[in-house]
Write a protein that binds this ligand. Structure first.
Ligand code: TRP
Length: 326
């Protein structure tokens, strides 16, 4: 069975873009792949974060992943720092990747911009990510378009290691989603829905209640020509609403458009569809959050399963490089 691995930052509230573009796909793929999903708390340390907040968000991200449909009986959900081979393999890979390669990473430049004390970990972030992937012999790595460059680096490091030290790592493919990947901000439809930009009205959280969903859809920016037509260039706001309704109901936005003459009717049906889509997610999240002990137990089982795979890969890599077995 094909192995997939992906990682998610423990960054608090997930939104509709995360759900439609990633989590919903992960939940589908757990059934036809050997799937590993990692909450990357070590990556979160590369930027300033309050320890209490990190701890709470890590557990809440686990609740969100399960609420979105990941079944810990079917796939492996775990926390990165619970598996010590992640930082261990990172060191071996830091001695494989070059400064020049890391210097070219655009995300490092973006995230480091304007900070006066950039953490060394932010610079080596992509190497830790490569370790996340290579430890599990992942064939496919579902990620957003913004992670394409990191995946390319992972592949180059894997190939270089294999050439220098002998076949050790599986060289992974990026799997960049096409459907539901373009969820745009409801207030600024020219940019992606994102938690990092401050747009409370433009971002529908996965756990928004029905009244909040209704308010945000009602206030969503459209245009004044009054024609319901799928045309992302000329009508970005309206086209985003059509794409959302299409994604929520498994149709094509062009087809959805033919059902409507008035923006108001489209918004009403979109509200209903999103409320129904998110209702079970909210309910499961509430249930999971009421029993933190059970969540910890799920993560402990996930870490044990992940560790079995990771330990074998790490031992292979360490031996290949000439480290004396303990
Ligand atoms: N860097 C990724 C992001 O910000 C998260 C991540 C860390 C990841 N390790 C990974 C994604 C391994 C895929 C595979 O979205």
């Amino acid at each position: 069975m094909t192995r997939v691995l992906s990682g998610v930052q423990p960054s608090g509230d997930l939104h509709l873009g995360n759900y439609l573009g990633a989590l919903r796909q992960w939940a589908v793929h757990q059934h036809d792949h050997d799937a590993f999903y990692c909450i990357v708390d070590l990556h979160a340390l590369t930027l300033e974060i309050d320890p209490k907040v990190l701890r709470a968000r890590t557990l809440d991200t686990a609740a969100n992943l399960l609420a979105a449909g990941l079944d810990p009986e079917v796939c492996t959900v775990f926390v990165q720092s619970h598996v010590p081979e992640h930082p261990r393999l990172t060191w071996l890979l830091e001695c494989t990747a070059t400064m020049g390669e890391l210097n070219r990473m655009t995300q490092f430049k973006d995230k480091g911009r304007g900070q006066d004390a950039v953490r060394a970990g932010l610079f080596t972030y992509p190497v830790l990510m490569a370790a996340d992937i290579l430890l599990y012999d992942a064939d496919r790595v579902p990620v957003g378009d913004d992670q394409r460059q990191h995946l390319e680096l992972t592949r180059e490091v894997a190939v270089r290691f294999n050439n220098r030290y002998g076949p050790t790592f599986t060289v992974p493919e990026a799997a960049i989603p096409t459907v539901g990947a373009r969820v745009m901000d409801l207030q600024h439809p020219e940019r992606k829905m994102s938690k990092s930009v401050d747009s409370p009205l433009g971002t529908v959280a996965m756990l928004d209640d029905p009244a909040e969903v209704a308010r945000k859809v009602r206030k969503a920016v459209t245009d004044t020509d009054g024609e319901v037509r799928y045309d992302p260039e000329a009508k970005p706001g309206l086209s985003n609403l059509l794409e959302l309704l299409a994604a929520a109901t498994d149709r094509r936005p062009e087809d959805v458009a033919t059902d409507y003459e008035r923006y108001g009717d489209l918004k009403r049906d979109l509200t209903d569809a999103l409320v129904e889509l998110l209702r079970p997610v909210r309910a499961r999240h509430a249930e999971l959050s009421s029993d933190p002990g059970a969540l910890h137990a799920v993560l402990a089982r996930g870490a044990a399963r992940a560790h079995e795979v990771a330990a074998a890969t790490y031992a292979r890599a360490a031996a290949a490089m000439g480290l004396l077995p303990a």
